[in-house]
Write a protein that binds this ligand. Structure first.
Ligand code: SF4
Length: 171
């Protein structure tokens, strides 16, 4: 559901949840958590050539308290896992996560004692982006998928703390 759909129903008749989701989906402010080579591709996606700002994601901030989308781009070592979890915890609800590249998705080629094998086991991931590294087009495509997901969510549904508790309990 996009702007046209809301217009089609008429602003007066649009449901509050549609308007809330429309606003949220058009301003997914990113927190870039680039740790390795995939971070370079993320920078490229944010720069003027690919221009992620077209989709409302131009306001990049380096404080998790003012961001909506945590973009993890690169290898996550086991020592970095507590940091990643804390950053996620500091973000206000509703919040979303993109895992950029094989390392963030599954550990990638680094099947070693020091590398965490995929961030999905410690924080809830909304969209996984395969590739080593994925191209900027892939990152933009994932952002569009996330926008679709935000539009389809119930505005009060994002109770991710419960998902975190479930992940912790499963260990
Ligand atoms: S997926 Fe490939 S390009 Fe991305 S951080 Fe890992 S090794 Fe680097």
């Amino acid at each position: 559901m996009g702007f046209q759909a809301i217009q089609g129903e008429g602003w007066l008749l649009a449901k509050a949840e549609q308007l809330i989701n429309w606003g949220r989906s058009r301003s997914p402010w990113p927190f870039p958590y680039g740790t390795a080579c995939c971070g370079i591709e993320l920078m490229c996606a944010l720069a003027s050539g690919y221009d992620m700002a077209r989709f409302g994601a131009e306001r990049v901030a380096f404080t998790p308290r003012q961001c909506d989308v945590l973009i993890v781009a690169g290898t996550i070592t086991k020592k970095m896992v507590p940091v990643l979890k804390r950053i996620y915890a500091q973000m206000a609800e509703p919040k979303w996560v993109l895992a950029v590249g094989a390392c963030a998705c599954s550990g990638g080629v680094f099947r070693t004692y020091s590398t965490h094998q995929g961030i999905g086991s410690v924080i809830p991931v909304d969209v996984y982006i395969p590739g080593c590294p994925p191209r900027p087009e892939g990152i933009l495509y994932a952002l569009l998928k996330l926008i679709d997901k935000i539009e389809a969510d119930h505005p009060l549904y994002k109770q991710r703390s419960k998902v975190i508790e479930a992940l912790e309990a499963a260990k």
